[in-house]
Design a protein around this ligand. Structure first.
Ligand SMILES: Cc1cc2nc3c(=O)[nH]c(=O)nc-3n(C[C@H](O)[C@H](O)[C@H](O)COP(=O)(O)OP(=O)(O)OC[C@H]3O[C@@H](n4cnc5c(N)ncnc54)[C@H](O)[C@@H]3O)c2cc1C
Length: 324
């Protein structure tokens, strides 16, 4: 039986631990933090939206991302919501919607009536939108905790607050340490987000609001909570959200629905997305034998199932390096 050490309990580490354990490996996950959470994965929106992402991403994000919802549903039945994504713009920003539409596919154009049918709380607020019916979302925190629970039940051992773990006793190390990995062309993309709570708005699916300066999305969570995200700032600084970003996110939420003006701000957060130059992830075997899964950028939940599968085949078949 192969004994494998996975470093990092973010979405990359947990998904690959799942694939390895499912193939019969003996897996240990070592995490430098004291518990699951607090990392970039914890801060994510949880959108499984390959066609929306295609607007600014390479085709590989669709190729590797369109298996994600099925993977998460198989791994954690009941966790995925398949209600699509709605993209809207105010009339003055209609050109932003047209630009978005021109850069992707797999959507239907919807008018005011259809927007209202999909999201009754947005009735009368938007005259046009795009509906990506094949997309899905999940709550990342529930996903990470449920996956860790399942892994424990599968026999995976978790070590928290680890320094460097001794490598003797392991046949293979898989490094999933995200932005902490010293890798020459890995850079950070700071993402600020907040969680609002209001009983005055209901949404059934992630809604993206097109805006020339501050495009945002709002992802509904349980009990009338809403994740509002996210900034995209070229920086690996993980200090608190800035006043400017907070104002922009709140302004955009208010522009989507004025009732967000009365919402409670439950949380603000900052995550640093690990990114390579083309914003595509890599699965790589290094000279010392370590395999890395990194560079998941803004697609950790979307692309980690495919990257986990590639890393698992590297472990068991020792084939060439892969990636998206
Ligand atoms: C605001 C925001 C919104 C996002 N929204 C989405 C979305 O809607 N959909 C989507 O698919 N993606 C989204 N993303 C992107 C996604 O969150 C990232 O791509 C993903 O979290 C990267 O996962 P990771 O496991 O590589 O890194 P991380 O989640 O950062 O995990 C790395 C882990 O390694 C640990 N570690 C570091 N050093 C060591 C060490 N030496 N030993 C052991 N452990 C170590 C860290 O503590 C951490 O827990 C979003 C990101 C942000 C910030």
């Amino acid at each position: 039986m192969r004994r494998i050490l996975v470093k990092g309990a973010g979405v990359a580490g947990l998904t690959v631990a799942h694939e390895l354990a499912a193939r019969g490996a003996s897996v240990t996950v070592a995490e430098i933090r004291s518990q699951i959470g607090g990392n970039a994965s914890w801060l994510a929106g949880g959108m499984l939206a390959p066609w929306c992402e295609r607007e600014s991403a390479e085709e590989a994000v669709v190729t590797f991302g369109n298996v994600a919802a099925d993977w998460w549903e198989r791994a954690l039945p009941g966790l995925v919501t398949r209600a699509g994504t709605l993209v809207v713009a105010h009339t003055r920003d209609a050109f932003e919607l047209a630009r978005f539409a021109a850069r992707t596919r797999n959507y239907e154009c919807v008018d005011e009536k259809a927007v209202a049918a999909l999201e009754p709380d947005l009735a009368g607020r938007f005259h046009q939108g795009l509906f990506f019916g094949g997309e899905a979302h999940l709550d990342p925190r529930r996903a990470l905790e449920a996956l860790a629970g399942k892994l424990r039940a599968m026999g995976v051992v978790f070590l928290f607050e680890t320094g460097e773990v001794g490598l003797s006793g392991f046949d293979q190390v898989i490094d999933c340490t995200g932005i902490a990995r010293a890798d020459d062309d890995l850079r950070g993309m700071r993402g600020e987000m907040l969680i609002l709570h209001t009983r005055d708005v209901s949404l059934a699916r992630p809604v993206r609001l097109m805006h020339p300066r501050h495009p945002i999305y709002i992802v509904p969570r349980a009990d009338h909570h809403f994740m509002v995200g996210a900034t995209m700032i070229e920086s690996d600084h993980d200090g608190p959200i800035t006043a400017r970003s907070l104002m922009e996110l709140l302004n955009a939420a208010y522009a989507l629905h004025p009732a967000f003006g009365e919402a409670e701000i439950v949380e603000t957060g900052v995550g640093v997305r690990p990114a390579y130059p083309h914003n595509l992830p890599r699965v790589k075997r290094w000279k010392d034998g370590t395999i890395t899964i990194n560079g998941l950028y803004r697609h950790g939940f979307l692309l980690s199932p495919a990257m986990a599968e590639q890393a698992t085949s590297l472990v068991f078949n020792s084939s060439a390096d892969q990636g998206a």
